[in-house]
Design a protein around this ligand. Structure first.
Ligand SMILES: Cc1cc2nc3c(=O)[nH]c(=O)nc-3n(C[C@H](O)[C@H](O)[C@H](O)COP(=O)(O)OP(=O)(O)OC[C@H]3O[C@@H](n4cnc5c(N)ncnc54)[C@H](O)[C@@H]3O)c2cc1C
Length: 434
C-alpha cells in the first residue's frame, strides 16, 4: 500500500480532523479504527435502532486484506479464524471428484464485528476482552439510530442531516464524510443518483448448523463445493457462538446459490417474510416464511448431494440475500470532502469472497492517504482498481456459474482465480483509470 517518495496531499495531511462515518458495519468500523489510531476524531452514524448489530450474519472467508487489517489494527489477543486446509468438489452422489490442498481462513461476521467494536469504542462483549485505548488515539463515538438523509457541502467540510426512529432530527458538521453505508448507500445515492443497484437473477440461501457426525467428514476444515446448472453450493467451518474456534463448538456455514427470475412467483414467495412483508434484498435470519422454506428444503433434497442437502435442511434460521450488482463511478465527491468505501463503493457478488477484504483494504489505504503515505492519485488508483476489477470478476463468475452449463474445470479455474492474493493481481488500465 504505502509507497516511498510520494507527496502527501496537503488537504488531508495538515493535522487532526473530525471524520463522520455513515454506517457502522464492518466497513465503517474498519475506517473508524484506522483513522482513530492515526489520532483523528471519528463519529459513526448507524441507522440500526439498537446499539449493536447482531446475529444477522454468518460466515466470512477472511482474505489477505481482512487478515492484514486485524493484524495491524486489532489489539485484542485471540484467534480470529478457523483454517480450512483443503478445497474439494462433490458430485451429485456426494463423492469427492476433485481436491486441492489450500489453506484458507474462515471467520464469522459476528466475531469480526465484535472485535472491531471492542477496538473501536470499547463495547464489552463475550467474544473478546476490550483493549485499552492509547493516549495518541483520536475520539471514537458510535451513535446508533441515526439515519443519514442529506449532505450539503460547506466551505470547511460537509453538513450531514440525520433522523431517528423516534422522530428526532439533527445536523452535524464533518471535516470529511465517509460513506460506508453499504450497497444501497444513501451517501452515494445523494451524490450519484444515476447509479442503480440491480438484481442479478439469483439468490444466496444461507445458514449455519452444528457439526453432525454425518457432516464432519465433508466439511471439517474443508472448503467444499457442488456445481450443477443454475445451482452452486459451498460450505465451510466457522467460529461458533461467542467466536469459539475449538472443535465441538464451531459451526458449518453454507451459501447456496439458486436462480429465481426477476418478477417470478418463486422469488416473491421466497422474499415474503412470515409476517407477509415483501423484502427486496435481504430476508433476515428467522423471518423466512415456513412454507417457502419447506419448499426449498424439498428442492434441496432433490438436487443437492446428500451432505449438502442435510445441512440446508437442518439449518434453523436460514436467511436469504438477493444477489445484486452496483458500482459507483468514483470514490470521492465534493472535492474529496466525501469518500465512499466498501460495499457503498462497489457491491461485489459473494462468489468473490472479497467484500470484507474490500472494506478492510479501503480503510487501510484511506489511512495511508490521510497520513500522507500515499498520494491522492495513488489512493484513488488502488481503491478504484480493487473495486472495479473485483466487481467485474464477481459478475463474470456469477453469470458463468448460474447461467451457463460449464465443465467442472471451468468452475475450479474461476474459483482459483478469485484466490490470487491482491498484491499479485495485475489490474487492467480500465480498472485503475481516474
Ligand atoms: C447485518 C449484516 C450482516 C452481514 N452478514 C454477512 C455475512 O454473514 N457474510 C458476509 O460475507 N457478509 C455479510 N455482510 C456484508 C458484509 O458486512 C459487507 O459486505 C462487508 O463487510 C462490507 O460492508 P460495508 O460496511 O461496506 O457495508 P454493509 O455491511 O452493508 O453495512 C452498511 C451499514 O450502513 C448502515 N446504513 C445504511 N444506510 C444508512 C444511512 N442512511 N444512515 C446510517 N447508516 C446507514 C447499515 O445499517 C449497515 O450497518 C453483512 C452485512 C450486514 C449489515
Amino acid at each position: 500500500m504505502a509507497q516511498e517518495n510520494e507527496q502527501p496531499d496537503p488537504k488531508v495531511a495538515d493535522g487532526k480532523k473530525h471524520f463522520f462515518i455513515v454506517g457502522g458495519s464492518l466497513g465503517g468500523l474498519a475506517a473508524g479504527l484506522v483513522l482513530r489510531q492515526l489520532g483523528h476524531d471519528t463519529t459513526i452514524l448507524e441507522r440500526n435502532p439498537t446499539p449493536v448489530l447482531e446475529h444477522q450474519g454468518a460466515g466470512i472467508v477472511a482474505g489477505g486484506d481482512t487478515l492484514a487489517f486485524f493484524k495491524k489494527h486489532n489489539r485484542c489477543d485471540r484467534r480470529i479464524a478457523v483454517t480450512s486446509h483443503r478445497r474439494q468438489y462433490l458430485d451429485k452422489d456426494g463423492n469427492v471428484i476433485h481436491k486441492e490442498d489450500m489453506d484458507q481462513n474462515m471467520t464469522s461476521w459476528d466475531l469480526a464485528y465484535y472485535l472491531m467494536r471492542a477496538n473501536y469504542d470499547g463495547v464489552e462483549n463475550a467474544y473478546c476482552m476490550v483493549p485499552d485505548a492509547k493516549p495518541t488515539d483520536g475520539k471514537a463515538v458510535h451513535l446508533h439510530d441515526r439515519t443519514v438523509t442529506d449532505i450539503q457541502a460547506r466551505d470547511d467540510g460537509v453538513e450531514v442531516s440525520w433522523t431517528s426512529s423516534r422522530g428526532e432530527a439533527g445536523r452535524v458538521q464533518a471535516d470529511v464524510l465517509i460513506g460506508a453505508d453499504g450497497p444501497s448507500s444513501t451517501v452515494r445515492t445523494l451524490l450519484a443518483p444515476e447509479v442503480q443497484r440491480v438484481y442479478a437473477g439469483y439468490c444466496a440461501l444461507r445458514g449455519t448448523r452444528d457439526v453432525s457426525d454425518a457432516a464432519r467428514e465433508s466439511f471439517c476444515e474443508r472448503f467444499t463445493f457442488f456445481h450443477a446448472p443454475g445451482v452452486q453450493i459451498l460450505a465451510y467451518l466457522i467460529p461458533g457462538p461467542d467466536g469459539a474456534v475449538e472443535p465441538g463448538k464451531r459451526l458449518i456455514n453454507f451459501v447456496y446459490y439458486t436462480n429465481f427470475p426477476e418478477g417470478s412467483t418463486e422469488l416473491k414467495e421466497l422474499m415474503t417474510d412470515k409476517h407477509g412483508k415483501r423484502r427486496r434484498i435481504t430476508m433476515p435470519p428467522g423471518l423466512t416464511a415456513p412454507a417457502a422454506w419447506e419448499k426449498q428444503r424439498k428442492i434441496a433434497r432433490e438436487r443437492l448431494p446428500p451432505q449438502f442437502a442435510e445441512i440446508v435442511c437442518a439449518t434453523r434460521k436460514p436467511f436469504v440475500q438477493a444477489v445484486t450488482d452496483v458500482i459507483s463511478p468514483t470514490n470521492e465527491f465534493l472535492d474529496g470532502k466525501v469518500v465512499l468505501i466498501g460495499d457503498a463503493l462497489a457491491g461485489f457478488r459473494p462468489h468473490t469472497v472479497a467484500s470484507t477484504s474490500q472494506a478492510a483494504f479501503d480503510a487501510m489505504v484511506l489511512g495511508d492517504y490521510v497520513s500522507g503515505k500515499v498520494s491522492r492519485e495513488e489512493w484513488k488508483r488502488q481503491t478504484l482498481g480493487f473495486a472495479r476489477f473485483i466487481q467485474k470478476r464477481g459478475v463474470d463468475m456469477g453469470n458463468r456459474s448460474q447461467f451457463e452449463d460449464l465443465p467442472l474445470e471451468e468452475h475450479i479455474r474461476d474459483r482459483n482465480a478469485a484466490s490470487v492474493p491482491r498484491e499479485e493481481e495485475v489490474y487492467p488500465e480500465w480498472a485503475t483509470a481516474i
